[in-house]
Ligand binder design. Structure first.
Ligand code: 4AD
Ligand code: MG
Length: 446
């Protein structure tokens, strides 16, 4: 055995004898020469088995080894520019030993094309493919960089509960559970608790799974998704937009810096991400509706015309968001939505209560809403009135109403949907590949 290494850092071992432990990704048979791609989770390396260089039985095993068999291999690392398939590319291992821990029979996912439903049924295995490897590594970096940015800017991570007696958003999308004989819900947001935490710590964030029983079968909706939610005391909507554009730009630029290889595997057009830097354009809901109405009027295609139709007062659907984002080359803030389409806690605009101090950030290239946030109502009387209309007993919100009684201040916050952000950055057409195990309307397996 040589020194056990991670393939991801193979560049440090050129000329040395090393051992890699992993799984067979692919094999090319050239008789006396076997080219075996071995992956270990950190990368993929071409291993070259030449008949004369290994004990006979080990060469026999190498020349029969099947996809996803588990192996331990030893040999000398060589730089070889022609090995493009490796991760990192440009290295190979000249084998002197090849041990099989388990020879696999009939691995279900082969290099041939498979249907998406088949792949989703085999998600526990599909995770081993290059593409999923790239996506989930980028996802991990997005999480790390979001947290780094907030930790470095004075935000404290304060966790919020998943089981709650109250609804933070629309009551029609609640997952109800039986909590020892009483109804409770899976959190749709950590926001309400975030508001209490904000008054204890100033600037906070929570990051956790959230649940929406939405009867939506779109490429943007999951039943279980991860949301990162900052909440800030003494902060206006405009100040929050300033912060959001810095925060989102930092995440994008960090992924570009750290994941060239992964983005290449995903064939992502990185040019579209390079210019994601402040300032992001800001338009009001009123202006957005005007722009959409104008576009609809100018559109020749009758089907598209129909899809783009919108009256002031209604929420945007996917076609509207897509069209809006195509008007800009970076994310666009849309602020002051109609009060009737937004959540109960949003502060009304002064002198114009039919709109509220809300802002959504729409990602370019048709990705649409990735964050939603607002200034929160801080007036005790108004919040009391709004809570009374939710349809859940007031007593379940008594603690939340206390926040408006004991030192209420203007404050704002937003939630960023992790999976939508991953889809955008990776350039994926559907949200299902952005999370290890997607919970979709018609899927909770595996
Ligand atoms: O706009 P939403 O519903 O906002 C809230 O929950 C606020 N309480 C957040 C806050 O102010 N602290 O959700 C925020 C984001 C959306 O912009 C979207 O990116 C994502 O969460 N999201 C979903 N992602 C995947 N599947 C779903 N069903 C989603 N619903 C919302
Ligand atoms: Mg929203």
């Amino acid at each position: 055995m040589g020194q056990i290494i991670n393939v991801g850092s193979i560049a440090d071992y050129v000329g040395q004898e090393v051992t890699v432990r992993g799984w067979v990704y692919d094999r090319t048979d050239k008789g006396k020469l076997q080219f075996i791609m071995v992956r270990d989770g950190t990368g993929i390396v071409q291993c070259v088995a030449f008949r004369g260089n290994l004990p006979e039985a080990e060469f026999e095993a190498a020349s029969k080894v099947t996809q996803e068999s588990s192996v331990i291999v030893t040999g000398t690392v060589k730089a070889n520019e022609r090995v493009k398939k490796g991760i990192p590319s440009g290295y190979e291992i000249d084998l002197k030993s090849f041990q099989v821990l388990q020879m696999v029979e009939d691995y279900p996912i082969t290099p041939k094309e498979h249907g998406v439903e088949f792949l989703m049924d085999n998600r526990h295995l599909w995770l081993r493919s290059n593409r999923q490897w790239a996506i989930l590594r980028i996802r991990a970096t997005i999480i790390r960089e979001m947290r780094n940015w907030l930790d470095d800017h004075g935000y404290l991570l304060v966790d919020t509960p998943i089981i709650t007696p109250s609804a933070g958003e629309d009551t029609t999308s609640l997952f109800e559970i039986d909590y020892h004989g009483e109804p409770a819900f899976l959190a749709q947001t950590g926001q309400l608790y975030n508001e209490a935490n904000m008054m204890a710590f100033g600037k906070v964030y929570c990051f956790g799974p959230t649940f929406r029983a939405e009867k939506s079968k779109t490429r943007r909706h999951l039943m279980e998704f991860w949301m990162l939610e900052p909440e800030m005391a003494f902060t206006s909507l405009e100040e929050m937009m300033d912060m959001e554009q810095e925060f989102v730009s930092h995440v994008i630029q960090s992924v570009l810096e750290k994941h060239r290889k992964e983005l290449e595997i995903l064939e992502r057009d990185t040019g579209k991400l390079e210019n994601i830097l402040p300032l992001f354009p800001r338009i009001s809901y009123d202006e957005a509706v005007e722009r959409l109405q104008k576009l609809a009027a100018e559109t020749q295609d009758p089907e598209q015309k129909e899809l783009l139709k919108i009256e002031w007062g209604s929420d945007f659907g996917s076609p509207h968001e897509t069209a809006l984002t195509q008007m800009f080359d970076r994310p666009v803030f849309v602020y002051h939505y109609p009060t009737q389409v937004k959540a109960f806690y949003m502060q009304p605009v002064e002198g114009r209560p039919e709109v509220c101090r809300s802002v959504d950030l729409l990602a370019p290239e048709g990705y649409g809403e990735i964050t939603g946030g607002s200034e929160r109502i801080h007036d005790p009387v108004l919040i009391e009135e709004r809570v009374s209309k939710i349809g859940i007993p007031r007593e379940n919100y008594a603690w939340y109403l206390d926040l408006r009684k004991y030192g209420s201040v203007p404050h704002a916050g937003f939630g960023l949907g992790l999976e939508r952000t991953v889809a955008w950055i990776c350039g994926l057409p559907h949200i299902r590949e952005t999370i290890p195990y997607a919970r979709l309307m018609n899927r909770k397996y595996p």
